[in-house]
Design a protein. Sequence first.
Length: 93
Amino acid sequence: MCPCCQAELEIDPALSAVIHHKAHEKPREMSDLEEAMERQKGEAQKREDAFRKSVADHESRQTVLDRKFEELLRKAKEEPDSLPLPKRDIDFD
């Protein structure tokens, strides 16, 4: 038995070579076609839900960004000294 892939190997000790190789057969994940179809339908619904959520997030993104900007602008007007000054190129050296 191969420890890596679980294949059956027949090795000739005199030649130190593989004489016969039989690949490991993986068990089937789906027992019948109907179960596989149901699984596909469920995955399709998950993809559709994820797409709809993505579209809704994208549509509301501009509104969220506008509100964040307005809030930061309001804070900047109320307390102009509370915000740190932007760094200049010379400050990074």
